[in-house]
Design a protein around this ligand. Sequence first.
Ligand code: G4P
Ligand code: NA
Ligand code: NA
Length: 191
Amino acid sequence: MDELKQRILQDGIIIDNRILKIDNFLNQQIDTTLINHVGQEFARLFQDVPVDRIVTIESSGIAVAYAVSLAMNNRPVVFARKKKSLLTSGEQYTASIYSYTKEEAYTASIGKSYLHAGESILIIDDFLASGAAAVGLAEIAAQAGCSVAGIGIVVEKTFQGGRQTLESKGLRVESLARIARFENNAPVFAD
Ligand code: G4P
Ligand code: NA
Ligand code: NA
């Protein structure tokens, strides 16, 4: 998606040749025009599969998932929480997710009333690194008896192996900007 790649080149900040900060248009300030275009692009990429519900994880996935919903006939958005819920464990689906960035595991949870067996869900997130978050959301979908129509990612860092992990589980991944590496404090796109 050229508009997104141009914006990454213009406003992205690279840290330690490993992390891309896009606080200027997604992770702190949100450019709603650009993110609506991101939503429309995911709707186009996944138009061939049924999507009953869009599933993401707080916090940065929510804005993207909302834009996808607007572009996909207002399909409901459900986001997993990372903080402990007031619900008891029997009332929610949970998955343990290890964050390589933060070097700790957390429990993602979704209340059971928000996922329904037999539905097809689309998983959306802002970044794909090792794929741990998407794997956790796919586990939650499986617990609920949902099928995963695909995984839509705004920025994929291809050198961290997330795509291989997800595809080896039979999951389809579509990403809008693929970064192969960082060089001289600039991203090098994979295609
Ligand atoms: P993984 O899910 O693919 O395994 O990724 P990882 O554990 O490495 O990522 C943990 C968090 O860091 C996730 O957000 C993820 O979106 C984010 N992240 C990973 N790589 C980058 C990057 O290059 N740049 C930025 N800006 N973020 C990255 P989070 O901390 O769980 O959540 P939130 O920020 O959405 O609240
Ligand atoms: Na993030
Ligand atoms: Na995220």
